[in-house]
Design a protein around this ligand. Structure first.
Ligand code: FMN
Length: 158
């Protein structure tokens, strides 16, 4: 049985969506079935009660989640579902020019998911738009080690 992964995309100008598309291309094979969803219109029910998720989100405003992610983020805070059977990774997009709030959109999702009992797999990828490296390039380097951690934790063979 292939492992299901849902990539949830929070974006304003499409960078996070490019990342998700790249990761879907890399991962969607016999071993893994990937579904990518923009966060628009989603609420906490998007997590169901279990499963593997990748949060792929940028940062806007004063270190906020992007507009299309607000409903989902606020719904998690308001309804506080038990997500102890959820596992997740985070790809956080930002820009170090915003030193105080670098990648806070991804950090906010990481914090609330943890608070609700979900288990993070691997380290967060923090992408700096001012680095000159494209976010999708950084993500394609990051995803291999992340998948190794997924295999270890979920118990699928390499
Ligand atoms: C108006 C504006 C505000 C931003 N605020 C932040 C911020 O507070 N912290 C941060 O790390 N990046 C910030 N960024 C950078 C974006 O998160 C970054 O460019 C990201 O790659 C955009 O991805 P997206 O196209 O998926 O929305 C901001 C960008 C803009 C245009």
């Amino acid at each position: 049985m292939p492992l299901d992964l849902t990539i949830l995309v929070g974006t304003m100008t499409g960078n996070a969506q490019f990342v998700a598309q790249e990761l879907e291309l890399l991962l969607d094979d016999g071993e893994m079935q990937v579904r990518t969803r923009l966060m628009d219109g989603l609420d906490a029910d998007a997590f169901g009660s279990a499963g593997l998720f990748l949060i792929c989100t940028s940062t806007y405003g004063q270190g906020d989640v992007p507009d299309n992610a607000k409903q989902l983020y606020e719904s998690l805070i308001a309804t506080r579902p038990d997500l102890s059977a959820v596992q997740y990774g985070v790809v956080a997009l930002g820009d170090r020019t915003y030193a105080e709030t670098f990648c806070n959109g991804g950090r906010r999702f990481d914090a609330i998911l943890r608070e609700l009992g979900a288990k993070r797999i691997g380290e967060v990828l923090f992408h700096d738009a001012s680095s000159g490296v494209l976010a999708e390039e950084a993500a394609s380097g990051w995803i291999g080690p992340w998948m190794e951690r997924v295999r270890e934790q979920v118990g699928i063979p390499a």
